[in-house]
Design a protein around this ligand. Structure first.
Ligand SMILES: Nc1ncnc2c1ncn2[C@@H]1O[C@H](COP(=O)(O)OP(=O)(O)OP(=O)(O)O)[C@@H](O)[C@H]1O
Ligand SMILES: [Mg+2]
Length: 395
């Protein structure tokens, strides 16, 4: 008689082994139970830019005995350590250069969305969140994907460090159960200045079924928005990292969002699938309600190969797709392009973002180029966000 070699018993055994494996992985990649620590330090010129005061001005105030500002400690006769993010924040508080929104300006809820997988949604979401919060915007990053890559980037092993009660699965579940739920219970601090997040793990996938099963009509798409609404006044910007699928979670993100960034590689298949995204967006807008509108919606070309002799053919194809995209989508395209870079492999090997690494493992020039590219993308999005506010001179 045919006997399957792997039965329920072996699967259970696998599950048990996985728990030990995860514990050991945690020891290898992170000190046990320790939160992620930022070792990155900032040079005086960067600090001046971030604080909005000149180096000389900052220097003068650091020498002034009437305040409690101090320069970073000396590491040698002529060299000081770089500034920490806490020191940058202290300088901003002292010079009163923190970002402020005027009464009539609304915080923005920005969804990074595309139903296609692997198009850099999470990479853009986490870098943009870090960029904006470093500039001084109070930022909330919501991990709405049960794959939980964002949660992982913030130093947690999703299905090990995060319990389902901490994820939006629990939020949706309790709301659907008719309980009064505080969204702020799901918000956690991060190791990065001005940045909070809502973690995820695989449990969130259950929300797809639970939300779909309730008989709530269009209200079921407003669940996330109702949660964000409770905490929105604490933030300038909310960023949602979405799953690569059209489901209840994605629809909740589309409903909650007041602006959208659609990352899309300039390749035939990715572009045609993005077209499907717009088609579905058109359909679901009918279901979501006529009051849905976005302050901006922009396509960001991602993972474009830089020109080398080796991949000349790919380049030509990518250039053709991009040209057509600019021709037909014109004002819906971001000017910046996110180029494919080995620097991301190096930093993600250490579970870091480009912005967290001081000394790259690979070529420093490649690393600098990748940061320059990412900064340009984030700056362009920052400008779009600021345009939605009247008090932009502060920004
Ligand atoms: N410009 C780039 N250059 C090199 N690698 C990249 C680039 N953008 C993303 N990657 C890598 O590609 C992989 C997928 O990227 P990412 O997770 O950001 O995509 P995603 O759209 O969020 O995927 P998913 O749909 O599965 O959520 C990651 O390993 C990431 O480091
Ligand atoms: Mg992702």
């Amino acid at each position: 008689m045919y006997r399957p070699p792997v039965t329920k018993k072996e699967i259970r055994d696998l599950v048990e082994r996985q728990v030990t494996l995860q514990q050991e992985l945690k020891k290898v990649f992170n000190s046990p139970d320790a939160d992620k620590v930022l070792t990155k330090r900032y040079k005086p010129a960067e600090v001046a830019e971030l604080v909005g005061r000149s180096k000389t001005h900052i220097n003068r105030e650091e020498k002034n005995p009437d305040n409690d500002l101090f320069p970073p400690p000396l590491v040698s006769i002529n060299r000081r350590e770089g500034y920490t993010q806490e020191q940058i924040q202290k300088l901003r508080d002292y010079f009163d250069t923190n970002k402020k929104l005027s009464e009539e300006d609304e915080p923005i809820i920005l969804s990074i969305q595309n139903f296609k997988g692997g198009v850099s949604k999470t990479t853009i979401a986490i870098h943009l969140a870090m960029y904006l919060s470093l500039q001084g915007y109070k930022t909330l990053l919501i991990d709405l994907d049960s794959q939980a890559s964002t949660t992982h980037s913030l130093g947690k092993i999703p299905d090990f460090d995060i319990m389902e009660e901490e994820t939006l699965y629990s939020f949706f579940h309790n709301v659907l159960d008719g309980e009064d739920v505080n969204f702020s219970d799901y918000v956690q601090p991060t190791h990065w200045m001005n940045l909070d997040y809502v973690p995820s793990n695989l449990a969130l996938y259950n929300s797809e079924y639970e939300i779909a099963a309730v008989d709530l009509g269009a209200e079921k798409f407003a669940l996330l928005y109702s949660g964000i609404e409770q905490v929105i006044d604490n933030y300038h910007i909310v960023i949602i990292d979405t799953p690569p699928a059209l489901g209840m979670l994605s629809l909740n993100a589309l409903y909650a969002a007041t602006a959208c960034i659609i990352p899309c590689p300039p390749r035939m298949l990715d572009f045609t699938s993005t077209m499907q995204f717009f088609k579905m967006l058109d359909n679901v807008m009918g279901v979501l309600g006529e009051d849905i509108s976005y302050k901006f919606l922009k396509i960001l070309p991602t993972r474009k190969k830089a020109r080398t002799q080796k991949n000349e053919n790919i380049d030509v194809m990518e250039d053709n797709v991009l040209e057509l995209a600019y021709k037909h989508f014109g004002e819906y395209m971001l000017e910046s392009i996110f180029y494919e870079t080995a620097a991301l492999d190096w930093v993600s090997g250490e579970n870091k973002t480009l912005f967290e690494v001081d000394k790259p493992k690979g070529s420093p020039q490649t690393h600098r180029n990748a940061i320059k590219n990412m900064n340009a993308i984030c700056k362009e999005i920052e400008k779009l966000i600021c345009k939605t506010w009247s008090s932009t001179e502060e920004m």
